[in-house]
Design a protein around this ligand. Structure first.
Ligand code: BEZ
Length: 249
């Protein structure tokens, strides 16, 4: 399995759109005073801080030590923990997660852990890449792997489910789904090379530095006529899966 490495400074510089575009999902969370809320996959802590402003008690977790350090510096209690190894039981009024669950290839384990972490009637609010997300990008990566046999197989690290499939999985694991929707959200990024540096480094970590660099150039060349224009710059074909589910007992 390829694992992505997060460079917190690069992330800050080129991926701040991830939290800047997340305000609809914070609205859906609708945090209330004194609630205890888990931010699952907090990144640099930007959204955890927003949620804390509602006078909530926020605990944040992330798989990346770098990101947990950034979050702690914002005054948030934060721990290194993965979605599939959450150890909390009946603790939270809400579990919130933005732009993370598409990295979790064992969705059912994560859903069970989230369910266990919630109090009765607690809510799970999430947004992440859904079915069709970044199809131009993954097709371009696949094309480069297909024609460069020496790179080996394209190990796609992402899980982009259909709303119907994810709803079924939530319901099979005890949640009542109040809302779930796939939302196409074309997203301006500053340059596809930066995006690849930040988010696709795990895919090419087994290659030499030269191969990594030509992989990125080739992917960029394939994508240029498809997702770049003088007028709009680079626009990635993001599709969000946004949901609200409640732990009913
Ligand atoms: C996303 O937010 O959809 C996403 C981000 C990085 C890699 C893959 C997908």
């Amino acid at each position: 399995m390829s694992t992505n490495k997060w460079n917190a400074d690069n992330y800050n510089k080129h991926a701040d759109f991830v939290s800047n575009l997340a305000f609809p999902v914070v609205d859906l969370l609708n945090p209330k005073e004194n609630e205890k809320i888990l931010d699952l996959g907090c990144g640099d802590g930007t959204l955890a801080l927003e949620i804390k402003k509602f006078n909530t008690k926020v605990i944040a977790v992330d798989l990346s030590e770098n990101m947990v350090e950034k979050t702690k510096k914002k005054g948030i209690e934060a721990y290194v923990m993965s979605a599939t190894e959450l150890s909390y039981k009946n603790e939270f009024d809400a579990v919130f997660s933005n732009a993370v669950l598409h990295w979790v290839k064992e969705p059912e384990t994560a859903i069970t852990k989230i369910f266990n972490a919630l109090k009765a009637n607690g809510r799970f609010i999430a947004e992440f890449g859904g079915y069709g997300n970044i199809k131009y990008l993954t097709d371009a990566m696949q094309e480069v792997f297909d024609k460069s046999k020496e790179y080996g197989e394209f190990n796609n690290p992402w899980y982009f489910p259909k709303d119907t499939d994810y709803k079924e999985m939530l319901e099979a694991n005890g949640f009542k789904v109040e809302y779930i929707e796939l939302i196409p959200r074309p997203t301006k990024i500053d340059d596809i090379s930066n995006w690849l540096d930040i988010f696709a480094n795990g895919i090419v970590s087994h290659l030499t530095k030269e191969q990594q660099s030509s992989f990125k150039q080739e992917v960029r060349a394939i994508l240029n006529p498809k997702i770049y224009s003088e007028e709009n710059g680079w626009v990635a074909d993001y599709v969000r899966l946004r949901l609200k589910a409640v732990k009913v007992l």
